[in-house]
Ligand binder design. Structure first.
Ligand SMILES: [Zn+2]
Ligand SMILES: [Zn+2]
Length: 319
């Protein structure tokens, strides 16, 4: 993606929920699991590490190699990775994220502490120690892993490479220099078993809210409505159609995912500028997703389906 100072753009790298899928009928929307690349004022932020992060990592390494002639002149990869929750479809790409194997890379990962275990411990035990040949600590990059909760915000200052994690005082927006990227989060319990973090990334007077793996409530979720109010862009879980959600044979209610109708309601209540439906069920092929999109657009003109490669420039969206 093109870099300039006042930038705020995203690219979808993986849009599936549950598990990756690969077939001719899934090519248009893509088969990789959750990952969204965000470029905000020259800072790379990655939402979730599903299999979509693998291609992103390869691209970052190619850019790294072409940025200089040796390790001393090359521009190190700097990335902040925000984890919504440690379910497999959101972390399974992390062991294959190539920048993590380059010594000069600086990778800061944030996630949810659960069941008295730090996020680093969860990540390490879930994927690295048990189903991958390397330990997390054996990766050669500088990797920091921190817990984050809704009383904290991450600040990415324009003149400082390290992110700063600060505690919010009275939930007031922090006073920061222009150009700073501010990342906050909201805990939702509407996803089994340990809940999920909804992230908000704000910069240049606009905000993006990433709300995946979150089931809607009847009448809307007032906590989300407040958190996402006036967001330029809302990315929202819409895994199951209404029919499947309430199917008499195999209802999906309680699985921790929303219907497009719930996502649309969330966008309307929050007055979001644009809605992207996300976390597609792997059982829905391109034709099924097109039909869902057509129906969603009738209910909300700004609703679109996420697909792999979709790029959105938030600086061009209304605030
Ligand atoms: Zn998921
Ligand atoms: Zn999940």
């Amino acid at each position: 993606m093109v870099k300039n100072n006042r930038e705020f753009r995203i690219k979808f790298r993986g849009v599936r929920g549950s598990h990756p899928v690969c077939s001719k009928k899934h090519l248009e929307f893509g088969g990789n699991t959750a990952c969204v690349e965000v470029m905000a004022n020259n800072r790379l932020i990655i939402l979730d590490g599903g299999t979509g992060i693998i291609n992103l990592g390869s691209e970052l390494v190619r850019n790294y190699i072409s940025s200089g002639t040796d390790h001393q002149t090359r521009k190190p990869v700097e990335a902040v990775i925000l984890s919504s929750h440690p379910h497999l479809d959101h972390i399974q790409g992390l062991p294959f994220f190539k920048p993590a194997y380059i010594k000069s890379s600086n990778i800061h990962i944030f996630g949810l502490r659960a069941k008295s275990r730090d996020f680093g411990q969860i990540l390490s035990e879930t994927i690295f120690s048990s189903i991958f040949p390397l330990e997390l600590k054996e990766m050669s990059a500088n990797i920091s892993i921190s817990n984050i909760n809704e009383t904290q915000v991450i600040l990415l200052y324009p003149d400082r490479p390290e992110p700063e994690l600060i505690r919010l005082s009275n939930e007031k927006e922090p006073d920061v220099p222009e150009g700073t990227v501010v990342i906050s989060c909201m805990k939702s319990h509407a996803h089994p078993k340990d809940g999920v973090l909804v992230y908000k990334i704000s910069c240049n007077g606009r905000s993006l809210v990433y709300s995946t793996d979150k089931e809607g409530y009847i009448g809307g979720d007032s906590k989300l409505t407040n958190f996402a109010r006036n967001a330029a862009l809302l990315i929202h879980d819409a895994q199951f159609t209404q029919e499947e959600y309430t199917s008499p044979v195999s209802p999906k209610q309680g699985y921790g995912h929303s219907t497009p109708e719930m996502a649309i309601e969330a966008a309307k209540l929050a007055n979001a500028g644009q809605l992207v439906l996300f976390h597609h069920d792997p059982g829905y092929d391109d034709d099924a997703l097109k039909q869902i999109e057509e129906k969603a657009k009738k209910a909300l003109k700004s609703a679109i389906m996420a697909y792999e490669g979709l790029e959105i420039d938030l600086m061009k969206l209304k605030q």
